[in-house]
Design a protein around this ligand. Sequence first.
Ligand code: FE2
Length: 219
Amino acid sequence: MDAADSRPASLFSETHQLKNIDAVFGIMDFYTRDHARRVAIYAMRLARRVGLPPEELENIALGGLLHDIGKVGLSPRIFRNKEATLSAEMQEEIRQHPSIGVSLLKGIEFPTPVLDYVYYHHERGDGSGYPCGLTADKIPLGAKIISVADCFDAITTDRSYQKGKNRKDAFAILKKARGNGFCPGLVEAFIEEVKENGMVAIWPPRRLESELSALSVHR
Ligand SMILES: [Fe+2]
């Protein structure tokens, strides 16, 4: 039997861990939960567009879904905050969420890249990111893809401290970050993808499983 034939018909239907993850999502704030779903969809679309293989698309989808799961370990004051600028102390706390995320997930049998994507999704090509300050050549491609998707969704959606920008302004911000923050090729491919296939709907929230199954290239 071809390996592809033995895969579950639905991307996550046989992944029992997803029930636990759903339970964790249940205690997250609505924005973080819906943001995670949109980032997973954007990241998978970008991964498909740059020609990554199906198994890598799945890793990236999971990484996108789980990238901010470590925020469950942050104090409630972070989520109550309405200011655009955070105190140095709060910024330091937020910078812990990739490490907290990996601590939460490491007991679950995910493919290794998924944990790497969670851990490195705030690294930036010029070394200005966290938690490690890696430069572009050291950041896993999947983490770079999730970073672009994460940034675009954060810019284009309403937060407690700022109104979401339109996609034209968001494209300009991403383009400005090419080279120092984000991989130029990924930014170009992402912009093409959104121009061609549109933004992920904010409301009603997309059912992630059906959305990802529809996008998956191996069925
Ligand atoms: Fe994050």
